[in-house]
Design a binder for this molecule. Structure first.
Ligand code: NAI
Ligand code: A1CAB
Length: 273
């Protein structure tokens, strides 16, 4: 087991998923610290997970891996509070969408390694997709530490930082697209006369089965789709409607919009501070 200790700074929705995953995978409550803005939230996390909520400054002095999990819009203020007090042997890991590692490096003492990570909420069930990029001063050893943190929560991949906004559009925001699809399929089932609970179960299990098959069969999605689509059958009729309604183009535009929003967040934050 690792000798590292991790502090989740700004343990909100994502931060809590990460700290819970660390505890599930064998990190001890002594190795996992969390900070919050509100005392009630700190009490909730302590009760739910048995971890130690601490103040930001305590976290940076006691833990050696600092996971910054606040909203990107709050990161500047957070670093104004303690950035220059981060001891030199810490590893700073940003989970913030959009913000480049340079944003952090400029607000930390020189030489502190910064790693940028984009993970996603299926961390709740150890099925996260986490992309990891080295920033200033980050070596292979630092990336290996970050992998040690995130591997138990799902899969990890290393990407250049220049690809992180695209990663955010695909896998960071990605779960929301699938939830919307399931919701829409269940609504359609209701339109066709199915009871709501049955329509929901059909849509959810179809999503789960299709996702596992995609991952575990190693087959290309086109091949899997073709195997469902009988000549002159029902699936072809449905797929034509989806294409007529521009589903594919909608995804291209949607992911471009997500990528652009990540860039815009970075611009807003770097011009504001
Ligand atoms: N929710 C998601 O699916 C994903 C979120 N992210 C990124 O993770 C970060 C967090 O997102 P969420 O967890 O959804 O947001 P959230 O709002 O639930 O969590 C952020 C937490 O930080 C706390 N906070 C803010 N300023 C603080 C301070 N000065 N000291 C201590 N705590 C402070 C807030 O009270 C809040 O609980 C964002 O940067 C987001 O871009 C990345 C991938 C997926
Ligand atoms: O919507 C957002 O900005 C965050 C980043 C990726 C997923 N949620």
């Amino acid at each position: 087991m690792t000798k590292h200790s991790v502090a989740v700074i700004g343990a909100g929705k994502l931060g809590e998923l990460v700290l819970a995953g660390l505890l599930r995978s064998g990190w001890t409550p002594q190795q996992v610290l969390a900070t919050t803005r509100r005392p009630e939230r700190a009490a909730e996390l302590a009760e739910r997970h048995g971890i130690r909520p601490v103040l930001n400054l305590t976290a940076v002095t006691q833990a050696d891996v600092l996971l910054i999990a606040v909203k990107p819009q709050d990161a500047g203020k957070l670093l104004d509070d303690f950035g220059m007090k981060v001891p030199p042997d810490r590893l700073v890991v940003s989970l913030c969408a959009g913000l480049p590692t340079s944003f952090f490096a400029e607000r930390l003492p020189g030489g502190i390694p910064v790693v940028r990570v984009m993970t996603n909420t299926p961390a709740l069930v150890d099925q996260a997709m986490t992309a990891i990029s080295p920033g200033p001063y980050a070596t292979d050893e630092h990336l290996a530490i970050v992998e040690e943190v995130f591997q138990p929560l799902g899969r990890t991949v290393r990407v250049p930082e220049s690809q992180q906004d695209a990663v955010t559009a695909v896998s960071g925001s990605g779960p929301a697209y699938f939830y919307l699809l399931v919701e829409a399929m269940a609504d359609a089932g209701v339109l066709l006369g199915l009871p709501r609970n049955v329509a929901h179960e059909l849509a959810v299990q179809t999503a789960v089965g299709s996702a596992i098959m995609l991952r575990d069969s190693g087959e290309h999605p086109v091949k899997l789709r073709e195997s469902v689509t009988s000549p002159g059958g029902t699936t072809a009729a449905a797929l034509r409607e989806l294409e007529n309604h521009g589903l594919r183009a909608a995804f291209l535009s949607a992911l471009e919009a997500a990528r652009d929003r990540a860039r815009q967040i970075a611009t807003e934050m770097t011009t504001k501070n």
